[in-house]
Design a protein around this ligand. Structure first.
Ligand SMILES: Nc1ncnc2c1ncn2[C@@H]1O[C@H](COP(=O)(O)OP(=O)(O)OP(=O)(O)O)[C@@H](O)[C@H]1O
Ligand SMILES: [Mg+2]
Length: 279
């Protein structure tokens, strides 16, 4: 399932010296350097409180980095004047809890993915037919075309997450960030929903950064795994390199679930590349 090595090219997204300190003084992310190759599917792993959401949210400015720079291909530093808006237009986010509007239809929810392409005033009127066609096409891709006119709060959790994916791809993103997109789903549905995100990203050449708690899903879908512990990168490498030493480095004494560990390959020696990520 893992793709063959990707050609080296300029990063789609890179961060240098990025640090997040919350207003109460909690350090969410220590000074970190990372870059993401166009089209790669990167999974963030780490225990609760490690800093996965902080890192993901800093990548689209939902959490403001208190130091460092975040650069996007074709845009530059996202904190430069006007850059954040342009970045967010092409950087979609999928959330654990969907963040859908329950009283609206499935189609209307997907159409909200198009709002950033219109002025505030224009978005008060029905969106153009081209947007509706695109939204319907996105619903078709996630297998929910026949639910287009149903209220979204009538759908199951797995269906709602597929609507969240359709809304994200309606944005025609270059980058997709997903924060535990399958955490609320049963194992079989998790596999299907993550498989859907993976296949769409690969088909459209979208660079994906996805946080997960399931090591087995990371092994199955990731081109590359970034392990986070206590706000720092503690591992960066292919899923095949995630043997026992790496899992211990990522999770410390708190180990991932038995189900997550079941498919572990034999232990291998891996160097844990701390220094080059500490900017
Ligand atoms: N808004 C906030 N204000 C203060 N501290 C915060 C805030 N959000 C997160 N933190 C802290 O930052 C650290 C990293 O949290 P973060 O939510 O990024 O972890 P996580 O790896 O996503 O965890 P989980 O797997 O539970 O989602 C934690 O110590 C957390 O308590
Ligand atoms: Mg989180």
């Amino acid at each position: 399932m893992n793709a063959s090595p990707l050609p080296s090219t300029d990063p789609a997204l890179s961060i240098r010296g990025v640090e997040v300190v919350y207003p109460d003084g909690t350090v969410g992310l220590r000074r970190t350097r990372l870059s993401f190759v166009p089209g790669e599917f990167v999974v963030l792993l780490g225990p609760s409180g490690a800093g996965k959401s902080t890192l993901l949210r800093s990548l689209n400015g939902l959490v403001k980095a208190t130091a460092g720079t975040i650069e996007v291909a074709g845009i530059g530093d996202i904190h430069a004047r006007g850059a954040l808006r342009r970045h967010r237009q092409r950087c979609a986010m999928v959330f654990q809890q969907h963040q859908l509007i329950g009283r609206l239809t499935t189609l209307q929810n997907v159409l909200t993915g198009r709002l950033s392409y219109h002025s505030t005033l224009r978005s008060l009127w029905p969106l153009p037919l081209a947007d509706k066609r695109l939204a319907l096409d996105c619903l078709d891709r996630v297998g929910l075309l026949d639910c287009a006119l149903r209220r979204v709060d009538e759908l199951s959790g797995g269906q709602q997450q597929r609507v969240g994916i359709a809304r994200a791809i309606a944005q025609q993103p270059r980058i997709l960030l997903a924060d535990e997109p399958v955490a609320s789903l049963d194992p079989a549905t998790s596999m299907r929903v993550l498989g859907l995100i993976h296949s769409i990203c690969k088909a459209d050449g979208i660079t994906a950064v996805v946080s997960l708690h399931q090591v087995d899903l990371a092994r199955r879908f990731a081109d590359r795994v970034v392990g986070i512990g206590s706000g720092s990168v503690v591992f960066d490498g292919p899923p095949a390199a995630m043997g026992e030493p790496v899992l211990s480095a990522i999770y410390g004494a708190g180990t991932p679930s038995p189900q997550a560990r079941r498919e572990q390959p034999p232990t291998q020696h891996v160097s844990i590349p701390l220094p080059e990520h500490a900017a």
